[in-house]
Design a protein around this ligand. Structure first.
Ligand code: BTN
Length: 276
């Protein structure tokens, strides 16, 4: 990835500093080490290829050379109330969703909490990892992966019955400019981040939710993960919650209406469409 091309594509954006790499294990790991060496706000790590890209729940994220967008942005959210923490992951997902909609007119949606879907297929994932100072988030590494060319999905082995992968170029039926897309996503992050605590943000997130009004299953029971963001049911054994997607709560948890009519709130989990 040519650094001068990346710089030209990002001209005028308030990027703190840029690390542009041909190959890296994980841009999130690189950004986290950079935080330890005082990375500035909006420091950006981007790589042409990741050899150990990570997704949520310990999943592998594939980023073959030249095929996807893989980058991590360092943010220092100030005075963040704990109930706003889930919005950090949503910030990345909303930015990708808006960029895909505005740039390509793609009907992107957010599969709560962190995936971006188009036509119910996954095109992008977000991994937000926090560094803590006591009970305050000191720094956030917002990692975003977007499948751009067909090669980006070649290694993914989706389980039957789960969300299938797709990529921007298949969705568009033509080639896509990775750096144009990078810029569009960063513009959205920069625009939304100061508004994280607003109702506008929550509404934008809620109105982007995939599967609203549909039956879904959410597997619960993740404890605080490597990202340090809070888990829903720490210490409890995994369970499946099933219900219709109603919307979001102020704290970003997902509201479901169960078969008995009860409204339940799910704060962290993996959502799956209910098998018919
Ligand atoms: C997921 O879908 O579970 C999240 C995927 C996040 C992938 C991105 S690619 C850039 C950054 N570096 C990583 O190792 N992961 C994130």
């Amino acid at each position: 990835m040519d650094v001068s091309q990346v710089k030209a594509a990002l001209k005028g954006l308030p990027i703190g500093e840029l690390r542009c790499l041909e190959q890296v294990g994980s841009t999130n790991d690189e950004a986290a080490s950079w935080v330890a060496q005082d990375a500035p706000h909006l420091a950006l790590v981007i790589a042409d290829e990741q050899t150990a890209g990570r997704g949520r729940s310990g999943n592998t994220w594939y980023s073959p050379a030249g095929a996807s967008l893989a980058f991590s942005l360092v943010l220092y959210p100030r005075h963040l109330e704990p109930y706003l923490l889930p919005r950090l992951t949503a910030l990345g997902a909303l930015a990708v969703k808006d960029a895909l909609s505005k740039l390509y007119n793609l009907p992107a949606q957010i599969k709560w909490p962190n995936d971006v879907l188009v036509h119910r297929q996954k095109v992008s994932g977000v991994l937000a990892e926090a560094q803590w100072d006591g009970d305050q988030v000191r720094a956030l590494v917002l990692g975003i992966g977007i499948n751009v060319t067909l090669a980006s999905t070649a290694q993914i082995k989706p389980n039957p019955g789960t969300i299938q992968p797709t990529c921007v170029e298949v969705l568009l039926g033509r080639s896509a400019d990775r750096l144009e897309l990078l810029r569009a996503v960063l513009e959205e992050v920069i625009c939304w981040q100061p508004r994280l605590a607003t109702q506008d943000f929550l509404q934008a997130w809620e109105s982007s939710l995939a599967f609203r009004g549909e039956w879904v299953q959410v597997s619960l029971g993740q404890s605080r993960g490597k990202d340090g963001l809070p888990g829903a049911l720490e210490g409890r054994s995994p369970t499946i919650e099933e219900g219709k997607v109603i919307g979001l709560s102020q704290d970003g948890s997902l509201r479901l209406r169960t078969a008995s009519g009860e409204i339940v709130k799910v704060s962290v989990g993996e959502m799956h469409l209910r098998p018919s």
